[in-house]
Design a protein around this ligand. Structure first.
Ligand code: THU
Length: 163
């Protein structure tokens, strides 16, 4: 029997001012995107901003539906748009933020399991880590790779590095 411990490392900042201007712009775009979310059922508006290798920024926000499971998270709206329209472009980073009933969350929002899985496959697809920036009004967390958010992920070929 082997006992295996998994470790996640992330950096936590008190203010986005401590981050690079590239990261700050991405956070601003995520905040703006959250303001455009369609979340009449939860009142929880999430914004995501995805940075492509070519410098472009794609944004997304959660899109809810009266048939609840038909809605989609902000992260996946942005990542799938990037995948659909820029299939060859590496994804460098994603910033995520949220408000609840119009109030910015103090602590950073953590992506749901489904979005972690999609972020991870984005890394495998492009063979490039996706920096994850989780923004809250009081703290901002930065992870160097989406893999840090999803230990022991599902892959179709667990013996190989990816699809
Ligand atoms: N949501 C996201 O957009 N991203 C996540 O990572 C978790 C949850 C959305 C889904 C739903 O519209 C609302 O937040 C409340 O769960």
């Amino acid at each position: 029997m082997n006992r295996i411990t998994l470790k996640t490392v992330y950096r936590e900042y008190d203010s986005p001012g401590e981050l690079s201007s590239r990261q700050q712009v991405l956070i601003m775009k995520a905040i703006e995107a959250a303001g455009r979310a369609y979340a009449p059922y939860s009142g929880f508006r999430v914004g995501a901003a995805v940075q492509l290798a070519n410098g472009e920024i794609i944004t997304g926000n959660n899109q809810e539906n009266a048939a609840y499971p038909s809605g989609l998270c902000a992260e996946r709206v942005a990542l799938f748009y990037a995948g659909a329209n820029y299939p060859g472009e590496k994804i460098i980073a994603i910033a995520i933020t949220a408000t609840e009933h119009g109030k910015p969350l103090e602590m950073p929002v953590s992506p749901c399991g489904g979005c972690r899985q999609v972020m991870l496959e984005t890394e495998l697809r492009h063979n490039h880590p996706v920096e994850v920036i989780l923004h809250g009004a009081k703290k901002t967390r930065v992870l160097k790779s989406a893999a840090d958010l999803l230990p022991l992920p599902f892959t179709l070929s667990p013996d190989s590095k990816g699809p």
